[in-house]
Ligand binder design. Structure first.
Ligand code: ADE
Ligand code: ZN
Length: 336
């Protein structure tokens, strides 16, 4: 194996931008559909995979939400999360911050308790049996608006101790951050950290809004920051991490070629950029594949790979002591 590829796979890593519903592999989807007596719009695993050709974010989201329709019971959410954790282990992920979209399920009548119960039970098992530490991020769906977000925030109250942060995802264009200012104020008052998808398809103004109005501690994606030097300065000075997702960006045509991916330019600008897989079951690769794709296309050096890995631990919502422990693991594995 190429030495850089070996370094990528052997380094202990953190993943900070991962939608648990986006890890739903077609094989598991069909198995759960069958046991729940739900019919999918596709006849086979192959037929479903063949449909993974997305023109843009909305094209993908339509399939992503269709896929979630088979998830009904606590055990379904457990099985989904457990399958991801095994992939995470294969990828040498030692810490993961998992996003979930409760509204994709509660809107279909699935109880909030079943969704979070299954995910959380699997994450606890992953910590005990696989040694993967975790945080949980409740993400609001922008296209449902703030009022429904408030109802979801209320449903989360009994599970406050399980959730570290709230996020904002789904359709970006036409759903600017200012629609969610009060919702995020309320979430912060409850003690949640905030993150937000911004600058994936949306303009730099949406990143400014995520920072100024939603007080986002990290920006998910953040690609369009490259268009605004003042914004890059702010991201650098305040050490706001960007959770970039190379294979996602390519599959959703945020970039036209992997060679165009901005992650090296972000590093060069002194911004705390990280690599993540977003929705790996849909975009053709888990975390190592994302590192390899972007490292090959941009000819990243081993130092740049290590920087990206360290950035993720620095950006994680963990204590300083945990950070030191993770960074030490990277030093031992990399010899740097
Ligand atoms: N939900 C799942 N993946 C997403 C992405 N890349 N952007 C916005 N919403 C999402
Ligand atoms: Zn995402």
């Amino acid at each position: 194996m190429d030495t850089l590829h070996r370094l990528i796979s052997q380094l202990p890593k953190a993943e900070l931008h991962l939608h648990i519903e986006g890890t739903f592999e077609p094989e598991l989807m069909f198995a759960i559909a069958q046991r729940n007596g739900v019919t999918l719009n596709y006849g086979s695993v192959e037929e479903l995979r063949a449909a993974y050709n997305f023109g843009n974010l909305q094209d993908f989201l339509n399939l992503y939400y269709a896929g979630t329709s088979v998830l009904l019971f606590e055990q379904d959410f457990y099985d989904l999360t457990w399958a991801y954790l095994n992939k995470a282990k294969e990828n040498n992920i030692v810490h993961t911050e998992v996003m979930f979209d409760p509204q994709a399920h509660t809107e279909r009548g699935v109880p909030f308790a079943a969704v979070i119960g299954g995910i959380y039970r699997a994450l606890c098992d992953g910590f005990e049996k696989l040694g993967i530490s975790f945080r949980l991020i409740l993400s609001f769906l922008r296209h449902l608006g703030a009022e429904k977000g408030f109802r979801t925030l209320e449903e989360a109250i009994p599970y406050k101790g399980w959730i570290t942060a709230v996020g904002l995802d789904s359709t970006e264009r036409d759903y600017p951050p200012e629609l969610f200012t009060e919702l995020f104020d309320a979430a912060r008052e409850m003690g949640f950290v905030t993150v937000a998808h911004a600058g994936e398809e949306g303009p730099p103004e949406y990143i400014w809004g995520a920072l100024d109005l939603l007080k986002a501690a990290r920006i998910d994606h953040g690609n369009s920051a490259m268009e605004d030097p003042d914004l890059l300065d702010v991201l650098r000075i305040y050490e706001i991490p960007l959770t970039t997702c190379p294979l996602s960006n390519l599959k959703l045509h945020v970039i036209q070629r992997m060679e165009d991916h901005p992650v090296r330019r972000m590093l060069d600008a002194g911004v705390r950029a990280t690599i993540n897989s977003d929705d790996p079951a849909y975009f053709g690769g888990y975390l190592n594949d994302n590192f390899i794709a972007v490292a090959d296309a941009l000819s990243l050096t081993s130092d740049e790979i290590i920087q990206l890995v360290n950035n993720a631990f620095e950006a994680a919502f963990v204590t300083d002591g945990e950070k030191r422990k993770f960074l030490q693991l990277v030093r031992e594995q990399s010899g740097k």
